[in-house]
Ligand binder design. Structure first.
Ligand code: FES
Length: 100
């Protein structure tokens, strides 16, 4: 199977209400970090997950987390040194400028 597309090199912080959510595993969704059906024909499928009480989450957008749909810091291995923010507890980036 091909590698998933990297949607972003930082997690998406969200405050989620109780419910069922479908995390995009392929990285092609235009509604990151959630599935919009763009995985059709790719061999990827969304990952359903439940939220039982309102809480803040950090959802993976690099699609390399070993604990999907949650960020495990794997995006930091994909970043150049200038993109890393060593002071961030989530590893979120300070800079997201495009590379030449
Ligand atoms: S759009 Fe990516 S898994 Fe559905």
């Amino acid at each position: 199977m091909e590698e998933p597309t990297i949607a972003a090199k930082e997690p998406k912080p969200l405050e989620l209400a109780p419910g069922t959510y479908y995390w995009c595993a392929c990285g092609r969704s235009a509604k990151q970090p959630f599935c919009d059906g763009s995985h059709q024909g790719t061999g990827f499928a969304p990952k359903a997950f439940e939220v039982t009480e309102r809480k803040r989450v950090y959802l993976c957008q690099c699609k390399r987390s070993a604990n999907p749909p949650f960020c495990d810091g794997s995006h930091q291995k994909l970043q150049t040194p200038i993109e890393r923010n060593p002071r961030s507890e989530t590893g979120a980036c300070l800079q997201t400028r495009a590379r030449p």
